[in-house]
Ligand binder design. Sequence first.
Ligand SMILES: C[S@@+](CC[C@H](N)C(=O)[O-])C[C@H]1O[C@@H](n2cnc3c(N)ncnc32)[C@H](O)[C@@H]1O
Length: 408
Amino acid sequence: MTTAANRLLLGDCLEKMNEIADSSVDLIYLDPPFFTERKHKLKNRQRTKEFSFDDIWKQESSYAEFLHQRILKMRDLLKDTGSIFVHCDKMANHIVRGVLDDVFGSEFFQSEIIWQYKRWSNAKKGLLPSHQNIYFFSKTSDFSFNKIFMPYSEATNLDQILQRRTRDKHNKSIYARDEEGNIQQADAKQGVPLSDVWDIPYLNPKAKERVGYPTQKPLLLLERIIELVTNENDLVLDPFCGSGTTCVAASLTNRKYIGIDQSEDAIQLSQSRLDKPIKTESHLLKKGRKSFENANLGALQCLAGIDYNPVHRNQGIDAILVEHHQGAPVLVKIQKDTETLTQAVELLSNAMIVKASKMGFLIKTRVALGEVEAATELSFESKSEDFTIHVLETIELKLKRNISGSGL
Ligand SMILES: C[S@@+](CC[C@H](N)C(=O)[O-])C[C@H]1O[C@@H](n2cnc3c(N)ncnc32)[C@H](O)[C@@H]1O
């Protein structure tokens, strides 16, 4: 029996966990099959290899039994200060919670983390699913836990940060005052303690981090879990490691790891990621969601009364009208302060070619600089064989006229 770390083991985790010493692991994170009743498949970026794993069960009880046997063994492997995080979604969260309550005891349930993310479309009738569940149980009440703080929300009142609070005789929260009635300063605050709802971007199909493994999880999610309940040099185990995300996150945060998977492809892929760990930063988290809202929402108000969807992260398009024209999308661009009209037309034209749009509207927002530009802008209408761009000078009126005149 050994606790040798930084290794990947190929095989059923039920068997392979026997190679790990009891009470030696600080954190176990598992992302097992979710009881989706299907085979998950995906190709790598070069489309040279297909990765897959089965998630088909005879019945709910077979799935529960499969997890129960393995989670029972996982409990033995944890140190008394250790914790387990089990990832699931709406398909099996009721089963997973039951198994964990049974094996660990409901008194050691710490949190149900809701990992929420944005998604864009829904193939099925009903609400768009945009969260998954992660159950956090500790082995004992003496579990390792590092406080993480998040920035205050925009709505936070400055006094809530700077002034000490206490409770009055009716148990109402009030500002604390000294004997002279002066409000007392609060101790330095580091921010808002991390909540159980985590807004971490889903790996989009083009993310650099994506290796083509089905249901690959983001490194950011794993780094947060690891940093929450372990310290440097602690041992992290992922018994269903897939593409090795947990092991890579452990290695990047100076923790030891053991990864297990029954698929040879998964183990090879995990090893290749560990040989060259790529830490990708989420621009979304770094700059904030608002930074991606580059559509000029104020200027788009001139479309009031017309149904449109604002478009972000695109230089050539600020909105798309809901109604199509000749079976193609109608694109709207608002000239930016930094763009000449010619540049704006060019950006919109490029976007129209890519999106096969036949009609576009450019909303002019600034006066021309210099003679050439002024001459171009006198009466601008850009036509090509494939599309027409209408440039609107007096925004509101002209837009309506053009749209009604265009047969929309
Ligand atoms: C949801 S995927 C894990 C994805 C991983 N979190 C990632 O970020 O890439 C589940 C993995 O469990 C593996 N698996 C399924 N049953 C297993 C078992 N009994 N023992 C070990 N691995 C198993 C599958 O091969 C698959 O790679």
